[in-house]
Design a protein around this ligand. Structure first.
Ligand code: NDP
Ligand code: BG6
Length: 513
């Protein structure tokens, strides 16, 4: 104060400028955001969370006063955490020219605290460090639980009781799996709610953060040509396809307890389905959108065993290279019947979608990597050009494909006249390929979701009633598969998956796209 008074009278500079020059904060009321990555030593933190935080920093999306803390049991210094983060940087920014410089600035804001997940004392020590960094500003705290599910509750209990924000908000991002069935999911929700309110819980499904999934509502609700067609009247079937060209290597321990239905279908594909099929929400508010998603999930028919096909990949040698089978993984029991592939036919029993099959297919160790939504339309009634199309009418219907990844694109298959004399028809694509239309790189899903959590935007996070509805569709069939120890159909690593998936689709007059 003395310094301020003395200098102000002689120099004429403002009180604010003076404080800044002397290292004071200009506005003590400005808030701070501390992001604690719980399980910072793990795979997801290295692969996705730190790179996404860095990308947000690079793009200027993080608040002015932010700090990132890594928390895990492993012993690490701040310098070691920084080294780890810089070495595992795999974000879209890492090719940019000034990435190194920005990275150094970002790393200066990263710190590490070693502690147990069930220790109030260790979280209290973290709280002390967080306070030092917050410097008396309003504190907002985000905890990202990037740890195995069996320790979620311990960590939430300790974080909420010993390291909650004193003045601002406290939010917790919870990674999947949210239980393994209706009962365990309900128990997890109940336990979380002992320490947090629903508003503080951000259940992440990273597929909701993918650009083309975000675009789904825009495509549908802001283009007059689509919404009127979006019903049983014009749509014959909808396919939701997920495939990966690698196996569960390295994650076999986790995967064997869950299987592909829980890992991909019950969450990622079902979330896309809900967004695809919901009624028009009242507004773009999180609650309005989530209300519509719950409604559509609750209108769905519980999945039946006869509408499911399961598979498991086996070892396959191609071009002299042997790819291991699922059970060759040392962390997987030799006699495991856990599905690494599944196809299912789902139905929405409401006026819009009555009788339209929604077919899902998800698999590991298949011939390609892709995630797509395929919408197959009905035949043109009394089509004048049937003769020119030939006998395969299925081949001649329109199809809208939303390719979520890779090579993000939206394309519409239409019938077109082959140029020249005569009248021959051909199927062509009206194609919106993102890489040619937009020069800007697409942000990683985790960037969008982390930013939303910091900003308190809940639209892309799963509400507990959505979760209940999602589990109730799949729980009976999962139980039945497990009780009967249903043997999966084996398919070679790198193949197109079990042939049973084609029979299932054929039963509903569908051909996979
Ligand atoms: P990890 O197995 O790498 O675990 C993260 C950290 O948790 C580890 O570094 C370890 O840290 C600690 N940890 C691991 N096992 C135990 C244990 N039994 N008891 C106490 N602490 C343990 O997990 P991921 O990083 O792969 O995943 C984190 C969460 O995100 C999980 O819920 C997972 O299901 C989910 N997820 C992961 C994805 C991925 O691609 N990896 C994708 C989608 C979701 P330390 O020993 O230092 O305490
Ligand atoms: C995770 C699953 O949720 O999503 C993994 O647990 C899967 O098994 C991953 O590999 C796929 O995510 P992405 O973004 O790579 O398609």
């Amino acid at each position: 104060k003395k310094l301020e008074d003395g200098l102000l009278s002689s120099s004429g500079i403002s009180s604010e400028e003076l404080k800044e020059a002397a290292g004071f904060d200009v506005n003590e009321n400005e808030s701070s955001v501390s992001i604690t990555v719980v399980g910072a030593s793990g795979d997801l933190a290295k692969k996705k969370i730190f790179p996404a935080l860095f990308a947000l920093y690079y793009e200027g999306c993080l608040p002015k006063h932010f700090t990132v803390f890594g928390y895990a049991r492993s012993k690490m210094t701040d310098a070691e955490l920084r080294d780890m983060v810089s070495k595992t940087l795999t974000c879209r920014i890492d090719q940019r020219e000034n990435c190194g410089e920005k990275m150094d600035q970002f790393l200066k804001r990263c710190f590490y605290h070693s502690g147990q997940y069930d220790s109030q004392e260790h979280f209290a020590a973290l709280d002390k460090k967080l306070k030092e960094h917050e410097g008396g500003r309003v504190s907002n705290r985000l905890f990202y639980l990037s740890i195995p599910p069996n320790i979620f509750i311990d960590a939430v209990k300790c974080a909420s009781s010993s390291a909650s924000a004193a003045s601002g908000w406290t939010r917790v991002i919870v990674e999947k799996p949210f239980g393994r069935d209706s009962e365990s999911s309900a128990a997890l929700t109940k336990a979380l709610k002992q320490y947090l309110t629903e508003d503080q819980i951000f259940r992440i499904d990273h597929y909701l953060g993918k650009e083309l999934v975000e675009n789904l509502s825009v495509l549908r609700f802001s283009n007059l040509i689509f919404e009127p067609l979006w019903s049983r009247q014009y749509i014959r079937n909808v396919q939701l396809i997920f495939s990966e060209d690698f196996g569960t290597e390295g994650r076999g321990g986790y995967f064997d307890n869950y299987g592909i239905i829980r890992d991909i279908m019950q969450n990622h594909l079902l979330q896309i389905l809900a967004l695809f099929a919901m009624e028009t929400p009242v507004s773009l508010d999180a609650e309005d959108i989530r209300n519509e998603k719950v409604k559509v999930l609750r209108s769905m028919r519980t999945l039946r065993l006869e509408d499911v096909v399961i598979g498991q990949y086996k070892s396959h040698t191609r071009g002299g290279v042997t790819h291991p089978g699922y059970t060759d993984d040392k962390t997987v029991p030799k006699d495991s019947v856990t599905p690494t592939f599944a196809a299912a036919a789902l139905f929405i029993d409401n006026a819009r979608w009555d009788g339209v099959p929604f077919l899902m297919k998800a698999g590991k160790a298949l011939h390609n990597r892709r995630a797509e939504i395929r919408v197959q339309f009905r035949h043109v009634p009394g089509n004048l050009y049937n003769r020119n199309i030939g006998t395969d009418l299925d081949q001649a219907t329109n199809e809208l494909v939303i390719r979520v990844q890779p090579d993000e694109a939206i394309y519409l298959k239409i019938n077109n006249k082959v140029p020249g004399l005569g009248m021959r028809l051909d199927r062509s694509n009206l194609n919106l390929l993102y890489s040619t239309r937009y020069s800007k790189e697409i942000p990683d899903a985790y960037e969008r979701l982390l930013l939303d959590a910091i900003e308190g935007e809940r639209r892309l996070f799963i509400r507990s009633d959505e979760l209940d509805a999602a589990w109730s569709l799949f729980t009976p069939v999962l139980k039945e598969l497990e009780e009967k120890r249903t043997i999966p159909e084996y398919y070679p690593y790198g193949s197109r998956g079990p042939v049973g998936a084609h029979y299932l689709a054929a039963r509903y007059k569908v051909r996979w796209g």
